[in-house]
Design a protein around this ligand. Structure first.
Ligand code: G6P
Length: 603
């Protein structure tokens, strides 16, 4: 949610450097962007509405050599996306970019208004900027000034700041929004994450809450709020710059779908018999709470199904933004599993902290190595899916499902509920998963034809039972987030309790039926929708008798049958491709859908 990069150095052109870095942060928001540059001793601001390419175009031809710059790509919270609200903001001698929300900005703004300060934008960020400037009038020690301001700010923030009287130095600090300091021989950086700096360096320092960075061209110092120098570990990024490129694919989403065979296969071989899992003793826990947002929450729904149906362990799944304010019982005997691709989602992080406060054991399933949730969870299991750039998650989601499958298998072993026969079937699936997924991707005609039948519709429904319902939730979200088609997922038996009134002639209903025991029930539900005119796309597995499919489906898609430890991944891969093709036919901006951001670091 909003991306920040700052650079100061002599060897590179600061303007070009931060624009290059900013492009790798665009997944964090892209409704406007801006840059503040030290050009020949003046701090000049340039801003543009919309994507970073607009900013870049507006800067074309301005080849003034610059030594220091801070830049920002925005996902609007306070104030609509326009140039006035875009960052950087400048108030008096302070210029800054901000990620997060200053929750007490109204109170601070009123205080400043009484003191004669005026404002141009509607943002909380301009208030933060003006407030730092206000403190700086009397507190000339910059670290102490920032520490004082931060002690007054409520909410979350990552700031990169330039003071007018020290134009080649960047100050940075953070609370509950990520910020790193990048180190290189060509100069130094402040950035929301390593993706922004990987073209220049892979060395970085993680800034923690309460720490203040002073970044100059050949030196970086990290202070606490009393100006004591802190010794910080210099880390090396595990992801490389090439992983952030499309590598020949039309979209990052398609690239990431294509990476799944490899990512999932690696997870299964890494974790199926991982000795580290022994530290998770499931018998210690009375309850498992799975907590996450968006697609990660849908992965949690698959996990809940598997835990309950195979390991006989009761599980609840909660949306993190609800869980964090709930009064439900979290005890020292609860295992709280937080699932997060980015490891930075504000609500998921708050849920983790709540669980820790209550003494629960916390387990993070995280992709971004070294992210806050990964660091703060008692146990962290990495998905190692590599960077995911497309805003709509694909490999991030299926890798979370894969980890949950291996956790459930481990719980079954501990409960003595895993028969040798089932283990052998699972191992067989795990050996074949890569080729199964590759075949699904290769059979393009199937999903392209299905997409052609539905892309002009306005509303669509997904139905399924059991694990298929969980998969439908994710399939529906994928479709709506990238194609802007209205779509809802229902437990197949629930549709008739109201929503079936929306089915009319030609309304597409995508039904997923992969479970042997629930198959016939779902078929009955499909027939109920067909009887009301639905256009039915039936997704099932190869073990069922296909001779009857025509009775209730307009299109049928037959996917390989696997155990349920893989089935959700198999069906989801197909649904991702279907959503991708629909979005393409509707000419949507697939990697950057409107109004969304990938890393949601505000509540
Ligand atoms: C955003 C993304 C979703 C993601 C959710 C949770 O809404 O667009 O794709 O599932 O955040 O993100 P996380 O990083 O915590 O998995």
């Amino acid at each position: 949610m909003c991306g920040i990069i700052g650079y100061t150095g002599k060897k590179l052109n600061a303007k070009n450097t931060v624009i290059a870095g900013l492009k790798n942060l665009e997944y964090r928001g892209y409704d406007s962007s801006g840059i503040a540059v030290n050009e020949d001793g003046n701090i000049n601001l340039y801003k543009a509405h919309g994507k970073i390419s607009n900013l870049e175009n507006s800067l074309n031809g301005r080849d003034v050599l610059s030594s220091t710059a801070i830049a920002h790509t925005r996902w609007a919270t306070h104030g609509e996306p326009n140039e006035t609200n875009a960052h950087p903001h400048k108030c008096g001698s302070i210029t800054l970019v901000h990620n997060g929300i200053i929750e007490n900005y109204v109170e601070l703004k009123n205080e400043l208004l009484k003191n004669g300060v005026t404002f141009k934008s509607e943002t909380d960020t301009e208030v933060a900027c003006a407030y730092i400037n206000y403190i700086y009038i009397t507190e000339k020690n910059k670290i102490k000034c920032l520490a004082k301001a931060c002690s007054i700010f409520r909410g979350s923030y990552a700031f990169a700041i330039i003071f007018d009287d020290e134009k080649d130095t960047i100050y940075a600090t953070r609370k509950d929004s990520p910020l790193i300091v990048g180190l290189s021989d060509e100069g130094n950086f402040a950035a929301s994450d390593v993706s922004a700096i990987l073209d220049f360096t892979n060395k970085y320092i993680l800034l923690e809450h309460g720490e203040f960075a002073k970044i100059t061209k050949d030196d970086v110092k990290i202070f606490d709020g009393s100006e004591n120098i802190l010794e910080k570990e210099v880390k090396t990024a595990t992801w490389s710059a090439t992983e952030y490129k499309k590598n020949g694919y039309d979209h990052f989403m398609l690239k990431e779908i294509n990476e799944q065979p490899d990512v999932i296969e690696k997870i299964f071989s890494r974790y199926l018999e991982n000795p580290n899992y022994n530290e998770i003793d499931f018998s210690k826990f009375d309850a498992i709470h799975i907590v996450a947002c968006g697609s990660a929450m849908h992965a949690g729904m698959v996990g809940k199904y598997l835990f309950q149906n195979y390991a006989n362990i009761p599980v609840t799944v909660d949306i993190a933004s609800e869980y964090r304010y709930s009064t439900q019982s979290i005890t020292t005997s609860t295992l709280v599993i937080i699932i997060s691709q980015s490891g930075e989602t504000a609500d998921s992080l708050a849920a983790l902290r709540l669980a820790k406060d209550k003494g629960a054991t916390t387990l993070g399933i995280v992709n971004a190595v070294g992210s806050t949730i990964a660091r703060e969870a008692d146990i962290c299991i990495y998905t190692y899916a590599g960077p995911e750039i497309a805003v709509a998650t694909t490999k991030g989601y299926t890798s979370q499902v894969a980890i949950l499958s291996t956790l459930v298998i481990n719980a079954m072993k501990q409960n003595s509920m895993l028969s040798n026969d089932l283990l052998n079937e699972i191992k067989n699936d795990f050996n074949n998963i890569s080729s199964i997924l590759k075949d699904i991707i290769k059979n393009k005609d199937i999903y392209v034809n299905a997409a052609k039948k539905i892309y002009e519709k306005n509303d669509l429904f997904f139905i399924g039972r059991g694990i298929d319902y969980a998969v439908c939730m994710e399939g529906s979200l994928k479709l709506k987030e990238i194609s802007y088609m209205h779509s809802e997922a229902y437990a197949a038996g629930e549709l008739k309790h109201g929503t079936i009134s929306l089915i009319e002639n030609g309304t597409p209903v995508i039904a997923v039926a992969t479970n042997d025991d629930l198959y016939e029930k779902t078929i009955s539900n499909i027939k109920e929708t067909k009887a009301r005119g639905a256009y039915s796309i039936f997704i099932t597995t190869s073990n069922f008798d296909s001779s009857s499919f025509e009775d209730f489906s307009d299109i049928s898609v037959i996917l390989p049958k696997t155990t349920e430890f893989c089935q959700a991944i198999v069906v989801s891969c197909f649904l991702q491709l279907l959503a991708y093709e629909v979005a393409k036919l509707r000419n949507c901006d697939i990697d950057k859908p409107k109004n969304l951001a990938k890393s949601v670091t505000v509540e």
